[in-house]
Design a protein around this ligand. Structure first.
Ligand code: SF4
Length: 699
């Protein structure tokens, strides 16, 4: 339902669909039926609390961007060159369906690979593509690049993906933001931290590998080397046990083997950790004591520190700290990584899960380059991929090992249909290009992993040109491909309504009155007072990685779990700096880009400047490089050119390149993911975007 602002500008209620844990409730100025004005955070939704990030506040710039893709097109030049001519929707869909039928006839259904990700987090528009997968028996995709490392890490200990209500940060005395930068990626966390600081003098601690915007605001700054979080966590717990700050009553009641943990940590001293993570011994002890003395310590566990080959083990280690102190017993205490485990959405109608077709093989999203280049391990004895439908993702920019990704997409025998909002790097490789709606132009259902609100975002304005929804494309292709399922007969609103009913949530009509409902659990449940998520109800210090991987992964165990540590600690599986690759590079998120989304909007580009790498001034001097000079970085996967910026807020040997710029912003069109690797870390695969050993030299 719409309300009117005093200025008589009509206001529409919506939800941010982007790949961000905040899933903000929005109020959108509707200037006419086609045009939006300013976007604001809804004050009435207590997590959003009236605050949104600057990139979405200026959404008019994106939705009304002059370069939006408006019409279907077909390729008329070489793959990757971006030369297209306009065609009708019917011709585009007929061409796509014919290519899918040809692929199936020549190689079987598994040669078609629908590929999608989190460009929208709306369930209908993101996951509805699974209807084609499930009814046709096409190859399935396992989405690894975001959560495949962090989720098993959290599940190994807690057994369920949920945590203390994020609004409780307001009642905390110490908020530990570990391995995340909410100032750039989840601004609402800072709202709740700010209230706690103002009303109760709470402290903010930040653990990260460079001085982020969040760390700049922190009272306690723990600047560590990439991939060494597990060492710091182990040393903190060592001090907690050693100095009588472990809560033994809690440990005895709620955990699997606290005595075993204490024994395991006996030699994980601050001195040992200091040599690994680079923090001083005094700083580690002081931080541990602060945690030990503050019952209401809230650990907000980010994704950043898990984007490393040892990311799952690091998450497990850090997640053990509030268990040792019993912080979970207190309001304002405990931890949160993701609430993905609380929704229990039954998506069977959205995804046609009851289709009886034999399911196709499952392939790793992050291995798209290897899959398309025909790596037999990834193809699992099945046929080559010869046809793709791509929605909500831009693998030629964001997938790791970009050289291989481009090589794969350049294959002449691969047909690619890309349904997009802009002519992205991936769209340039399309044989058929389809224009897609943005979130304010369609209906969808959303959940927020950083809070507990279930929300519906309705269509508020008309789409420009001939933009059509993902749902439209699924249905039109289904017709042409003979895919049969009741879900193809339903409107997006009907799919949402049925999903809500199947999931025992209130019906859609309820959301027409108010965009969101809070489905958060009570204190006892969210704080695991009733027991943790494992069968024995205990928190597990001893990780069962096989079980954790199975719980989190569509492909089960990936990679070699035999070397993973059973106990929380440092797992040196990350890329190590050496003579040839003496630096460790992380490709961290920029404030006004969101992966490759928003890198097309002028104000975001202006704010971010140009592709840049932060380098310690002493490293610059040692290499004879100039602040602001052009440098080349090289990993085992390839080389990238950008500009160096002297930056003191990191340890020597560490490099930070913020933001996924358009590939064309770099020399030779080689984007930052030319440097990143697609190898599959244990226990369940995952994106290792912050784990790159590189060299650096003048360009
Ligand atoms: S903070 Fe995240 S969810 Fe909120 S408006 Fe920005 S991108 Fe969207």
């Amino acid at each position: 339902m719409n309300v009117h602002a005093p200025s008589n500008i009509k206001i529409g209620k919506s939800v941010c669909p982007h790949d961000c844990p905040s899933t903000c409730a929005l109020e959108v100025e509707l200037l006419d039926e086609n045009t939006i004005g300013r976007v604001r955070g809804a004050k009435g939704q207590p997590y959003t609390a009236g605050v949104i990030c600057e990139k979405v506040a200026r959404y008019a710039e994106r939705i009304h961007h002059p370069e939006r893709l408006l019409y279907p097109m077909k390729r008329v030049g070489p793959k990757g060159a971006g030369q297209f001519e306009r065609i009708s929707w019917d011709e585009a869909l007929d061409l796509t369906a014919a290519a899918f039928r040809k692929a199936e006839a020549e190689h079987g259904a598994e040669s078609v690979w629908p590929y999608y990700y989190a460009g929208t987090m709306g369930y209908v528009m993101r996951d509805g593509i699974e209807r084609l997968v499930n009814t046709k028996g096409y190859s399935q995709m396992y989405g690894t690049v975001c959560v495949a490392l962090s989720f098993p890490g959290f599940l190994a200990g807690a057994g369920r993906l949920s945590g203390s209500d994020s609004r409780e940060m307001q009642k905390s005395d110490l908020i530990v933001v570990w391995g995340g930068n909410p100032v750039n990626t989840q601004v609402n966390v800072m709202t709740h931290v700010g209230i706690a600081r103002k009303t109760r003098g709470a402290k903010l601690a930040c653990v990260d590998i460079y001085e982020t915007g969040t760390m700049k605001q922190a009272d306690i700054k723990m600047l560590i080397k990439p991939g060494t979080d597990g060492a710091l966590a182990a040393a903190i717990m060592h001090v907690l046990f050693r100095d009588g700050m472990a809560n033994w009553d809690y440990l005895d009641q709620y955990t699997d083997d606290p005595k075993g943990l204490e024994a395991h940590l006996a030699d994980k001293t601050p001195e040992w950790a200091s040599a690994i993570c680079g923090c001083s011994v005094e700083a580690i002890i002081e931080f541990a004591h602060m945690i030990g003395k503050t019952p209401r310590s809230y650990f907000r566990l980010g994704y950043g520190f898990t984007r490393s080959r040892n990311g799952a083990a690091s998450m497990h280690a850090v997640n053990c700290i509030p268990v040792v102190t019993g912080a979970w017993l207190h309001e304002g205490g405990g931890a949160l990584h993701s609430n993905s485990g609380i929704w229990k959405l039954n998506k069977s109608i959205i995804e046609a899960k009851d289709a009886t077709t034999k399911r196709g093989r499952v392939m790793d999203q992050g291995r798209v380059g290897e899959v398309l280049c025909g790596n037999p391990v990834d193809l699992q004895g099945g046929p080559p991929v010869t046809a793709m439908l791509i929605q909500n993702t831009n693998p030629v920019s964001i997938a790791p090992d970009q050289t291989r990704v481009k090589e794969g997409f350049a294959r002449e025998d691969l047909f690619t249909c890309v349904h997009e909002q802009f002519i992205t790097e991936t769209a340039k490789y399309a044989d058929v290009l389809l224009p897609a709606t943005m979130f304010l132009e369609h209906d969808d259902l959303y959940t927020g992993s950083g809070h507990t609100h279930l929300s519906v975002g309705p269509k508020l304005v008309n789409a420009p040109g001939e933009c059509r929804t993902n749902d439209f494309v699924h249905k039109e292709l289904a017709k042409r491909l003979g895919a049969d399922h009741p879900s193809f007969e339903k409107t997006p609103r009907a799919l949402i309504d049925e999903t809500l009913k199947l999931s025992s949530h209130p019906s859609l009509a309820r959301f027409d009155e108010e965009t969101w409902i809070d489905v958060g659990k009570d204190f006892e449940t969210s704080h695991f007072i009733n027991g943790f998520g494992h069968e024995d109800k205990k928190f597990h210090f001893k990780a069962n990685w096989r079980k954790a991987a199975k719980a989190a992964s569509r492909m089960g165990v990936i990679g070699d779990i035999s070397g993973m540590p059973e106990w929380p600690g440092y797992y040196p599986a990350h890329e190590q700096a050496d003579e040839n690759y003496p630096f460790r590079l992380a490709t961290s998120p920029a404030r006004t880009f969101l992966n490759s989304t928003f890198n097309e909007t002028p104000s975001s580009r202006k704010r971010e400047g140009r592709p840049t790498v932060f380098v310690h001034p002493e490293d610059l001097a040692a290499l004879g490089l100039a602040d602001g000079g052009k440098v080349k970085l090289g990993s085992r996967r390839g080389e990238v050119t950008l500009h160096a910026k002297a930056f003191e807020g990191l340890q020597r040997g560490v490099l930070i390149a913020e933001g996924v710029w358009h590939n064309e912003a770099y020399e030779d069109g080689k984007g930052i993911n030319t440097l990143t690797g697609s190898d599959q870390p244990a226990p369940a695969g995952g994106g290792t975007f912050h784990d790159n050993a590189v060299w650096m030299k003048a360009a």
